[in-house]
Design a binder for this molecule. Structure first.
Ligand code: R5P
Length: 282
């Protein structure tokens, strides 16, 4: 197993579970800011797994360089694990002339890869963009474990896209789940439709695949607090927490994210589910 600089802790956990040897890539920058990548070897002819989350942008570029270096060692197999598949939300052309960014990234990462493994890509239709075997695993069991420990009594999706996540967690925990409808106005602004929910007196977790600015979470929380929720937790698989997210999330009793992207909110790991998938590969 080879870890890029974005996923060292997750790779360490994974390699421990799988009893696989771990090599951490040497990564630095030249004076002009260009990346330098070297993987201490020898690696020739091995079954290799490289783990590198693709956020922020320089980590995606680092992944391309890691793949280039590893491919030259003529691996028996090269599995590319991308815990957070960046650009996944631009998965179609919303306005004429736009790039379909998730397709662009998918096309590039499958160069120098025998197979790709991701965690909760924003839309699984990205599979259509891959010519190599592709597997998307779910981070929802990790969130469900945490919510169960915390005594969460209901799970809510802040929009229709996330309803399948709330359903997955609700089913795993054996608690009710529901979803709201939202309209995105711009990157920082969303409007959530009012909806009567049975949340009075309950500890409710709002779950999404990604928290970016926190606007979606804050808007959903306002609705259920007005309806008498006792305690509100924000949970996501991929926590980006940009553009003032910390302030928007201040009203939550707890915020949790997995380790696909590291932040101060990373409290659970997707390592068990990723390890299970990787152990099936050989
Ligand atoms: C988009 O549909 C995603 O699932 C999330 O709902 C979105 O990325 C959250 O963004 P923000 O935290 O900026 O509202």
């Amino acid at each position: 197993m080879v870890s890029g600089s974005a996923s060292v802790r997750l790779s360490t956990q994974l390699s421990g579970i799988l009893s696989a040897e771990l090599t951490v890539a040497e990564v630095s920058t030249f004076a002009d800011g260009e990346l330098y990548v070297r993987i201490p070897g020898p690696l020739d002819g091995e079954d290799l797994v490289v783990v590198q989350t693709s956020y922020p942008n320089d980590k995606l570029l680092e992944l391309f360089l890691l793949q280039d270096a590893l491919w030259d060692s003529r691996p028996a197999s090269l599995t590319v694990v991308i815990p957070y598949f960046a650009y996944g939300r631009q998965d179609k052309r919303f306005r004429e002339g736009e790039a379909i960014s998730s397709r662009a990234v998918a096309k590039r990462v499958q160069i120098n890869a025998h197979r790709i493994v991701t965690v909760d890509v924003h839309d699984r239709r990205v599979v259509d963009y891959f010519d190599v075997p592709f597997k998307d695993i779910s981070g929802m069991p990790a969130l469900a474990r945490y919510f169960a420990e915390q005594g969460v009594e209901m799970v809510l999706a802040p929009d229709e896209n996330a309803a399948r996540h709330a359903e997955a967690i609700g089913s795993l925990m054996g608690v009710p789940w529901d979803y709201l409808k939202k309209e995105r106005i711009d990157s920082w602004t969303v409007e959530t439709e009012e909806k009567a929910l049975e949340v009075e007196g309950l500890k409710v977790a709002i779950v999404d695949d990604v928290i970016s600015t926190g606007g979606t979470m804050a808007s959903a929380a306002r609705i259920i607090k007005r309806q008498g929720a006792r305690s509100v937790v924000a949970g996501c698989v991929h926590g980006l927490f940009v553009g003032g997210a910390d302030d928007r999330l201040k009203g939550f009793d707890d915020v949790v994210a997995t380790d696909t992207v590291y932040s101060g909110y990373t409290k659970v790991s997707v390592a068990p589910e990723l390890a299970e998938e990787l152990s099936r590969l050989k």
